[in-house]
Design a protein around this ligand. Structure first.
Ligand SMILES: [Cu+2]
Length: 574
């Protein structure tokens, strides 16, 4: 019954499209060229990839529902692709080589054709090899056809990214060889002895031993450090600047296009009102600081009233650096730049999770754990709010973010959908995905299997699936499903927010429901580029859908028959 209702909705959708076709429909043709580029943002020339010669790639502004024709020409000597991150579109336009198409060969032009999705802040990037980590990413704004539910005088896109002097392939090789190659904030011997002094040698040794068995390091907050962090392609001293008129409301569209870096963002002297997350409007929530995971977007509105400069400070979660820019009434101004805070430290308390027996003694990658008995209950979602009691971080882990000014830090639990896209209904089944890894060999996996070892996940068109992510590693993983929204269970029922990236903190469990409404083959992966490359990736196959359901469901055939008869009547007999 449910299915029939859904299908009818799909048919109705077609009818609406047909009507719109009679109106002068907005349509745009865009040409993008993928080119090699040499950048110097770290004091040294480094080769990378660009789109139309730019890093970040040019800002694309489309209108909701616009019929897009996008020609992408590959002038590289290797294959390339462009993926439209967060877009709901036909799977063969999604731009993932090996899943949606064959990729774009050297010298070829591939033409993408699809309709611009709902309004919001999005981005695009290469999904070929590790090109995304070498400059191939850019912002997209989809303008609404109606009014926004919030007011602002102007907007600025703020693209955050990380730039390494080692090529992404070199970084990956180094990680495979020694996973701590880029971990510059490891415990030093001095720290060990300090701990020995404070807690006694036994405790210090025991702690060391446990970490060794876990094959993780206490500072695996971010496993690649030493990047130059960029804001709209500018390094901190190049100081990207966005202008405002005092008293004006300014919408900042933050996009984290980094390969591997999370940021904690604040603008000292200004409150930020979060109005959108991952292209979905949320009920406004005013914060002093928020964390943006790799591949997420957050739109905030600020209202600088004074005739002075304000620093946009995006400190990495590992505190090894920052991206920085300025909001100013005039060019050439700057405000004080804060100091980096101390790096957070994971503690053994993180893993000493009552519900995870055996975890602290077994090997994470080999131990045969009784998954059914793991008893990972979700955290108590009752207590919402950032800071020490943020329910989306493991209690006592030392990872809960705190606002630098002691004020409000955004929690995932603060997000409420402004316009829920789907009716609230129970899920049909649950798929449990353990996020797993072997840090010693730099293998990242799902349910202990790399992409190459795993069967695709098969979903049925029309069902609602609950994905439950159980993060058994010591790192946060921003999980990204292509083509379909994740309705994140923050305990708010029909107001649960919709996201395209869901970050699962170490040693926590998080669920999101997916309305399976997009036929085809889709990528599903951790958006940390080297985790994706190392295997934390699944192919999702959605079976069925409006086209072939007609052949298997006689009820549907009748429905199609009725619809066709209706069309014939409306259009007269031919
Ligand atoms: Cu990951």
């Amino acid at each position: 019954m449910k299915i029939r209702v859904r299908i009818f909705a799909a048919l109705f959708g077609c009818a609406v499209v047909a009507l719109e076709g009679a109106l002068p429909a907005a349509a745009g043709t865009y040409d993008l060229t993928v080119e090699p580029v040499t950048l110097d943002v770290s004091g040294r020339d480094v080769d990378g990839f660009s789109i139309n010669g730019q890093v970040p790639a040019p800002l694309l502004r489309f209108t909701e529902g616009e019929e897009l024709t996008i020609n992408v020409t590959n002038t590289l000597e290797v294959d390339t692709s462009i993926h439209w991150h967060g877009f709901v579109l036909p799977f063969d336009q999604d731009g993932v080589p090996g899943m949606s198409f064959d990729g774009i060969k050297p010298g070829e032009t591939f033409t993408y054709r699809f309709k611009a999705p709902k309004a919001g802040t999005y981005w695009y990037h290469s999904h070929s090899g590790l090109q995304e980590g070498a400059g191939m990413y850019g912002p997209i704004i989809i303008e609404p056809t109606g009014r926004e539910p919030f007011r602002y005088g102007r907007d600025h896109v703020v693209v955050l990214s990380d730039w390494h002097e080692d090529s992404p392939m070199q970084v990956f090789r180094n990680l495979k060889r020694s996973p701590d190659h880029y971990n510059f904030i490891q415990r030093t011997a001095g720290e060990f002895f300090r701990q020995a002094e404070e807690e006694g040698l036994g405790a210090a040794l025991g702690d060391r031993l446990d970490w060794g068995e876990m094959r993780m390091m206490p500072s695996d907050i971010q496993d690649v450090q030493g990047y130059t962090y960029l804001m709209n392609g500018r390094n901190p001293s190049q100081n990207w600047t966005g202008l405002f008129t005092p008293g004006e409301r300014v919408r900042l569209r933050f996009i984290n296009a980094s390969a591997m870096s999370f940021y904690d963002i604040r603008i000292p002297g200004l409150e930020m009102t979060v109005v959108q997350a991952d292209a979905n409007n949320v009920r406004p929530v005013t914060v002093d600081e928020f964390r943006i995971a790799v591949a997420e977007t957050y739109d905030v509105i600020v209202r600088p009233r004074e005739d002075r400069a304000y620093t946009i400070f995006a400190e990495t979660m590992a505190r090894d650096g920052f991206a920085r820019g300025t909001l100013a009434p005039r060019d050439g101004m700057e405000a004080a730049v804060p100091e980096l805070r101390d790096p957070p430290r994971l503690t053994m308390a993180d893993m000493d999770h009552g519900a995870m027996p055996g975890m602290t003694h077994g090997d994470m990658d080999q131990g045969e754990m009784d998954h059914a008995a793991m008893g990972h209950a979700g955290h108590d979602m009752g207590a919402m709010g950032g800071g020490d009691d943020d329910p989306f971080y493991a209690p006592g882990s030392g990872l809960e973010p705190d606002a630098a000014n002691g004020g409000k830090f955004l929690s995932l639990g603060d997000l409420r959908a402004q316009d829920p896209l789907y009716e609230e209904r129970p899920y049909d089944r649950e798929i449990r995905l353990r996020l797993t890894g072997n840090m010693e060999r730099y293998i990242w996996s799902i349910n202990d299997k790399k992409l190459s070892e795993a069967e695709p996940l098969r979903l049925k068109y029309g069902e609602r699936v609950r994905f439950t992510f159980i993060n058994e590693t010591m790192m946060a993983h921003p999980m990204h499903l292509h083509g379909m929204w994740k309705i994140v269970d923050v305990g708010a029922g029909k107001w649960n927010p919709l996201k395209h990236v869901l970050t699962v903190a170490p040693n926590t469990t998080l669920s999101a429901d997916v309305e399976v409404d997009a036929p085809g083959q889709w990528a599903f992966h951790c958006h940390l580029m080297y985790h994706m490359a190392a295997g934390m990736f699944r192919k999702v196959i959605v079976e069925g859908g409006p086209e072939d359901l007609a052949q298997v469901d006689p009820e549907l055939e009748k429905l199609w028959g009725m619809a066709n008869a209706g069309d014939a009547q409306a259009g007269g007999h031919h």
